[in-house]
Design a protein around this ligand. Structure first.
Ligand SMILES: [Zn+2]
Length: 325
């Protein structure tokens, strides 16, 4: 380390199901330039990749390549960093895609791949709500639920980098069917999509809400949070059930790992009053004393840029960084 005094930048890429963000990030986690493209604007895989590579060219054009450590990319699915492969992303339907080689060929920079939840956790650990601590769990609460885990300053991947899929802990009501096909998964009731499932189940059971008149496509998690703010008790009840499932899963994780900090991140973590604050209390309520005494449960600090910043900083991770950097 330190032999190239001029390398002070990296590229972070956050590949989502609807949007791909690319940014130039400095060593303090600040984003110097950011650009984005729509993932789904182009129906074919080849078009997606061509647009990604073109956006990378544009992003890098003003810079001297010698300043870059490399590229880190976060993906919404399973990756094999050692082989540079996107193993599988359910939403984008990328399978065994040699993405690292494709990015490396275009940019001439070394590439690391990671699951987006791990990238968010790494970003929060280095530059956000986990800064200065050794052990952190960062839960991403959005359309699904998963977490990234840092133990003693190292990203914990588990066997085949598959750790952290807490969305499929079976803690929810059996009436709720998960996208994975199982019943009662945490994210079948404790995610954005899960909240809608809980709400619809309650309507089918006879609950009455003004939201019942919405067209099906408009009934999403944001509509339910808005409904709760407007005083609809059916919306508030569904959110309370969502909080319950999340607290069951996250208290189990916190009790097992007792991280220094449990960070609540993801798109729905913007719902501070209705989701994050009650969830922080409920996790403590459901947890063993080792958690209540030693684990801080906190909102994320980096917001929606966490996966991009964390992916860009992968070269700082002991298990991802190259030895001869
Ligand atoms: Zn599941």
């Amino acid at each position: 380390m330190g032999t190239q005094a001029t390398t002070d930048l990296t590229v972070g890429i956050d590949i989502g199901a609807t949007k791909i963000l690319l940014g130039v990030v400095d060593q303090t986690g600040q984003i110097l330039h950011k650009t984005g493209i729509e993932s789904w604007q182009y129906p074919k895989l080849e078009d997606n990749l061509a647009n990604l590579l073109d956006a990378l060219d544009e992003l890098l054009a003003p810079y001297d390549r010698a300043r870059f450590h490399g590229i880190g990319a976060g993906l919404p699915g399973t990756v094999d960093d050692a082989r540079g492969l996107v193993v599988y992303t359910p939403n984008l339907r990328w399978q065994n895609l040699p993405l690292a080689a494709m990015l490396q060929d275009r940019a001439g920079l070394r590439v690391h791949l990671i699951q987006d939840t791990g990238a968010a956790a790494w970003g929060e650990y280095l530059f956000g709500a986990g800064a200065g601590l050794a052990n952190a769990v960062c839960a991403t609460i959005g359309s699904g639920v998963a977490c990234g885990i840092i133990i003693d300053g190292r990203l914990y991947g588990g066997a085949h980098h598959t750790a952290g899929e807490i969305g499929h802990l079976r803690v929810a009501d059996e009436s709720l069917v998960c996208g994975c096909g199982a019943r009662g998964c945490l994210e079948a009731g404790g995610s954005g999509l899960g909240l809608v499932k809980v709400f619809r189940r309650n309507l089918a059971g006879g609950a009455r809400s003004p939201l019942a008149d919405l067209p099906p496509a408009a009934l999403d998690a944001h509509a339910i949070f808005d409904g709760a703010r407007a005083g609809d008790p059916v919306c508030a009840g569904a959110i309370d059930e969502m909080v319950h499932y999340l607290a069951l899963g996250l208290s189990a994780v916190a009790t097992t790992l007792t991280p220094d900090v449990l960070i609540l991140s993801g798109g729905l973590s913007r719902e501070r009053d209705l989701l994050v604050n009650p969830l922080m209390e409920r996790i403590m309520e459901y947890s063993y004393r080792t958690v209540r005494d030693h684990v801080r449960v906190v909102p994320a600090a980096l917001g929606p840029d966490a996966p991009l910043i964390g992916a860009a900083a992968l070269h700082l991770a002991p298990e991802y960084g190259a030895t001869g950097n």
